[in-house]
Structure formats: C-alpha cells, structure tokens
Design a protein around this ligand. Structure first.
Ligand code: SF4
Length: 317
C-alpha cells in the first residue's frame, strides 16, 4: 500500500488507519516543531497529487481486513491541499462505518471552498498555535500571505456549519508561544469557536528545529489555566503507551514493526527516511513508531540537526 498505512496507535484517536494524500512534506507551513523535518514544498496551490481511484482502490483492499477507531486523513503534509479530499471522505464513509477524521493545520480555512470539503468528516482537528501574526510566522513559518486572523475567522465559520466533532489542537513551544499575552490571545480567539475540545500539546518527537523545545508537565498545567473547561493537556503521562510501559493495542503486525525497527536501529543509527525505506513503511507511520519507542525509552534521538537520527538505546547516545 502506498497511500494507506497502519493502523497506528494514536494518543488521541486510538487505532488510526492513516491515509496520506499529499507528497512528503508538501505543506502550507514549515512548523519549527514538525516531526517530519523541514518542509520541502511550501505551497497553497491545491492539486490532486494522486488519482482518486488509486486511493479508493487501496481503501477497498484494506478496509475488510482492519480494525481501527478512525480512518485519518493526515500524513506527511497538509491534507486540505488535496483537491479530492471531500470526495475521498465521502467515499470512505460509503465503504465503512469506521468514523473519518481529518487532521489539518487550518491554513486554508479562510477559503469557503476548502471548509466545504471537510463538512462530511466525523471529526476535524485543526491546529491553532498562535493568534498574533508575529507569533504565527515564528512558529508555523507559513506560506507568504497567509493571515492568522483570516484563518481564525475561517475556523469560527466552519465551527458553525460543521455537524461532526471539532477538536482544536494547540502546540505549545517553549519561548515561542507560551507567554501570557499569546496564550491569552489564543484563548480569546477560541472562545468564538464552537469546538468540543481544546487539546494542548507540546513537542515530543524530535522537531524540525532543535530550538523548538517542549514544556514540562508543570508548565503545560500552567498553560491550561489560560483556557476554558474544554481544554485538556495531551502529554505522555497517563496515556496508553507509557502507563503500562509497552506499546499497546497492537496486533501481531504492529508488534513485528516495533521489533523490526529496534533490530534495524541495533545495526545502525537511522533517520525517519532510513526506517521508512528500510522497512517499507510510510514516513508518517515510521515517525509514529519511532515516537512511541522514544517515549518508552527504548531508543534515543540526536536532535541537533534537521535530519534527526535515531539510535538504539544500546548505542548509548
Ligand atoms: S507540523 Fe504539520 S503543518 Fe506543520 S509543517 Fe509539519 S506537516 Fe506541515
């Protein structure tokens, strides 16, 4: 399968069958915290990228064999850049009763035609990491001309039309968007948005830029006080992966993948691309598994360059 991967364990979605509908790092942003590295194709030009039939055929082949909590359009770039997103969501819903989710950076929410494409999803999770243009440009490094106030108005308009679940993700980065003024601005912007949850997250997997540092658990707790009762902190504490000390919910396939990655890293340090190419995984899938192994302390990462390298713990990095 080229465009469908997993199911992979997701902290927020349970078991998620990923659908990757844009080429690797084709994105309207170049976030400093991106776990997939720097954006190589920064664009706001929407395209089909992959034929609609190819994705549908892959879905038809995979769906009878999988158990998943969500079919998730996300992957290794911004999914709303794909012109067929709306059709693909509707087709997935025709093929299965598994709910359909879209994870988006919300950059194109200022465009009514893009918002319309998302209306048939069961769950949409847009990101909002800033409310001032200055911080927006520092953290998300957007395509020139994108305006945060237009994006916020777009999310607000979408929240009024959308009948599914809407969760907003706020990624908080130390020294970038964690000051009182910006948090208060984001919180104020979110008051006008009809979302069920506000998920506060911080950097966990090695980021595109070494200076994108995480907040501690206590600092995230402080951040949560700026938001209303819809806010929840998403941390590694208490989630399924760390609370029982083992990757969870995996079937045989998933366990085998953890083992294969560990074996590969025992032989040599690898980048995400090395792991993906070496084991025939999607880049986003490889990144997810590496993130889990990292949280479990089974591997380490060299975070000093943009081409992050992962090591087996026995290599003592
Ligand atoms: S985190 Fe998401 S939105 Fe940001 S650069 Fe990476 S893929 Fe794009």
């Amino acid at each position: 399968m080229r465009y469908i991967f997993g199911p992979v364990p997701s902290r927020r979605l349970g078991l998620s069958l990923g659908v990757d509908i844009v080429p690797f790092k084709t994105c309207s942003f170049d976030c400093i915290y991106c776990q997939l590295g720097r954006t190589t194709c920064k664009t706001i030009i929407c395209d089909s990228f992959v034929s609609f039939e190819t994705i549908v055929n892959e879905l038809k082949a995979v769906l009878p064999k999988v158990t998943a909590n969500y079919i998730t359009f996300s992957g290794s770039g911004e999914p709303t850049l794909n012109l067929d997103l709306g059709r693909l969501i509707r087709e997935a819903k025709e093929l299965t009763s598994i709910p359909v989710a879209v994870l988006t950076n919300s950059s194109l929410f200022g465009y009514p035609e893009v918002r319309k494409e998302l209306l048939d999803a069961d769950l949409v999770v847009p990101s909002l990491d800033a409310a001032s243009q200055e911080v927006f440009e520092r953290i998300n490094r957007p395509y020139p001309g994108l305006k945060i106030n237009e994006i916020i108005s777009g999310i607000e308009a979408f929240s009024l039309d959308f009948r599914g679940k809407l969760w907003i993700e706020v990624m908080v980065v130390k020294g970038i968007n964690d000051d009182e003024r910006e948090l208060a601005r984001i919180s104020s912007a979110l008051r006008g948005i009809n979302a069920e949850k506000i998920q506060l997250n911080t950097v966990e997997r090695p980021p595109a830029e070494a200076f994108a540092e995480p907040l501690t658990k206590d600092e995230m707790e402080r951040v949560s006080h700026y938001f209303d009762e819809r806010a929840e902190v998403i941390t590694m504490q208490g989630n399924r992966q760390t609370s029982i000390g083992q990757p969870v919910a995996e079937g045989k396939d998933m366990k085998a993948k953890y083992g294969q990655i560990l074996n590969l890293l025992k032989r040599r340090p690898c980048t995400i691309a090395d792991v993906a190419n070496g084991l025939g995984l999607n880049m986003n899938e490889a990144s997810k598994y590496l993130g889990i192994l990292l949280r479990l302390g089974l591997i380490n990462a060299d975070n000093s360059t943009s081409g992050k390298t992962y090591f087996h713990r026995s290599h003592g990095q």
